[in-house]
Design a protein around this ligand. Structure first.
Ligand SMILES: Nc1ncnc2c1ncn2[C@@H]1O[C@H](COP(=O)(O)OP(=O)(O)OP(=O)(O)O)[C@@H](O)[C@H]1O
Length: 271
């Protein structure tokens, strides 16, 4: 572990995670000094994340938590290879993403990575079953998918296979998105605010599935501003102003509320 942390330049930031980490040697994701700057209209630049280093062991369920604008989505998009960093290096599932062309990066992503988005991202013209089978049908080299009926049963939607997404509630659509990930069996899963539009029961189900997936060996990165959801992860990395400011193993809701608020709004102490 020390070797990778040193490579990522992050020994001190992760010291308490380091102390309690299980004896894992493999890392699914390593970000080394990653910066992402967007050039907006009229040439104005916004640096969304700055010099971020982070190492995520294989099989860990990690939450990236922080206030709006802190850089969570940008970090996730860089780590998943959806966008290239301005500086720094990203290693995902043993492959240096920054060395790949956009086309190769896209192929790599479709073979190894699963996504769950806040707005479900289902293809509206395809049935629930077709949405679940789509990634393995269009991706050469993708691992054989699990049985569609079986994964639908596991998310409580066995009787909805032939329905279109608009015939389902938001919670049910997110359960289809989880079923799609279960079917594709990716080694790394990125979830961007997967529970923010859901009621308590559906949120709980999604979080249980994410936890279960990580226990089966998948690495799960969940971006959220919901500290309740984040406290269900093995680890929470707190972001503020484009950087990582803390890193909690087995985070509690109270720890996260306090750290997120003090990082983003230091002036509140004076009130
Ligand atoms: N394409 C872009 N062009 C210009 N600026 C951007 C772009 N994407 C993000 N930003 C800026 O980068 C910063 C971080 O944005 P990001 O979406 O990563 O934050 P976030 O923590 O995910 O926020 P939220 O929780 O509201 O989604 C913000 O100031 C945002 O305005």
């Amino acid at each position: 572990m020390r070797v990778v942390l040193e490579a990522a330049g992050m020994e001190s930031m992760n010291s308490h995670w380091h102390d309690s980490a299980p004896a894992m040697t493999a890392y699914a994701i390593v970000l080394s000094h990653v910066t992402k700057t967007f050039r907006g209209t009229q040439g104005r630049e916004v640096t969304a994340i700055r010099d971020v280093s982070l190492a995520i062991p294989t099989g860990q369920f990690v939450a990236i938590v922080g206030e709006s604008g802190s850089g969570k989505s940008t970090l996730m998009h860089c780590a998943a290879g959806l966008t290239g960093p301005t500086a720094g290096a990203i290693d995902l599932a043993g492959t240096n993403l920054t060395m790949l062309s956009p086309a190769k990066r896209s192929r790599f992503r479709s073979q190894h990575v699963g996504f769950i988005f806040q707005d479900y991202n289902l293809v509206s013209s395809l049935t629930v079953a077709e949405n679940i089978e789509l990634p393995s049908r269009i991706t050469p080299g993708r691992r054989a998918s699990a049985d569609t009926g079986e994964v639908l049963r596991s998310v409580g939607l066995a009787d909805r296979a032939q329905h279109l997404p608009h015939e389902l509630s938001g919670g049910e659509q997110q359960r289809v998105a989880i079923a799609r990930v279960l079917a594709g069996q990716p080694s790394v899963i990125f979830a961007d605010e997967p529970t923010s539009a859901l009621d308590l029961g559906n949120s709980d189900l999604i979080l249980r599935h994410l936890h279960h997936l990580s226990r089966r060996g998948a690495t799960v990165v969940m971006v959220t501003h919901d500290v309740d959801a984040a406290s269900r992860a093995d680890r929470a990395v707190v972001m503020a102003h484009g950087g990582t400011v803390d890193d909690f193993p087995n985070p509690t809701r109270e720890q996260l509320i306090d750290r997120v608020m003090s990082a983003q709004w230091p002036q509140r102490q004076a009130l």
